[in-house]
Design a binder for this molecule. Structure first.
Ligand code: 6PG
Length: 242
């Protein structure tokens, strides 16, 4: 069990990274099984980044009916699978192996030159039973982005609108966090705040400081994770370990 020492409101501080991974794997397994029992299927949105990798590796061996689970990316860089930076490749390698290899996967990269050209067709092709998401795993960058909601990005305002479709195209401003990968496809605010369970997973003291700044007053456009933190999403949990 984690020690519930609050770093800030609604943050669950874990005693260590292994303990956080074990608890989140249990929580996600339970939520996916409950969804399958209730409605015959489960939807699971997953982020890239180094933080969730051990969680995905732990989940891959969990004994649940993965054939009834649909995995969708929270966001994707506009690179093909197999290329550097592909979140699809990362998720296929870390999560969708062992028992979880049976899950259905929805990738977000298409053959169009830009995500802007792909958004309408990708939205139209999403399965009707995907939403509300049963579980979403989110990360946060040192710049206060989550998903591909990057500070000051083109497309950010549209992605955060209450009426946004599930997926939106983003062109990020170049930064140390984005690297060369400025073109992105991302899930939007209504989909992520509507998830039955959203887990924002953070490690290290830098992310702790970033979270504190994000929780203080300031513009959403400067730290877009604020859109989620301020959305009042009752099902958002923030998990942190040093
Ligand atoms: C990206 C990354 C990014 C990542 C966060 C947290 O698409 O640029 O996937 O969104 O999730 O920056 O990354 P770490 O977990 O590695 O700190």
């Amino acid at each position: 069990m984690p020690t519930r020492l609050s770093l800030a409101e609604r943050t669950i501080a874990h005693t260590g990274r292994d303990e956080m991974v074990a608890e989140l794997a249990d929580t996600i397994e339970t939520a996916l099984i409950a969804a399958i029992v209730a409605k015959g299927s489960a939807s699971f949105a997953v982020s890239g980044g180094s933080t969730p990798k051990p969680l995905y590796q732990a989940l891959a061996g969990r004994d649940l009916d993965w054939s009834k689970v649909t995995v969708i990316l929270v966001d994707e860089r506009w690179v093909d699978p197999g290329e550097a930076g592909s979140n699809e490749s990362f998720v296929r390698d870390s999560l969708m192996r062992d028992k979880a290899a049976a899950a259905r996967f929805i990738g977000l990269k298409t053959s169009t030159a830009s995500p802007q050209e792909a958004a309408q067709a990708l939205n139209a092709d999403l399965p009707a039973d995907l939403f509300p998401l049963d579980v979403a795993v989110l990360g946060m960058g040192a710049d206060g982005h989550t998903a591909s909601w990057f500070p000051g990005a083109d497309g950010l305002d549209a992605a955060l609108e209450a009426s946004a479709p599930p997926l939106a195209a983003i062109t990020a401003k170049r930064s140390a966090v984005t690297g060369d990968h400025l073109l992105r496809m991302t899930l939007t605010l209504p989909v992520l705040e509507g998830a039955r369970l959203s887990l924002l997973m953070l490690t290290g003291s830098e992310k702790q400081r970033t979270l504190d700044v994000a929780r203080a007053d300031g513009a959403v456009r400067d730290m877009p994770v604020r859109a989620l933190l301020r959305s009042g999403a009752a099902n958002l949990q923030v998990h942190w370990a040093l």
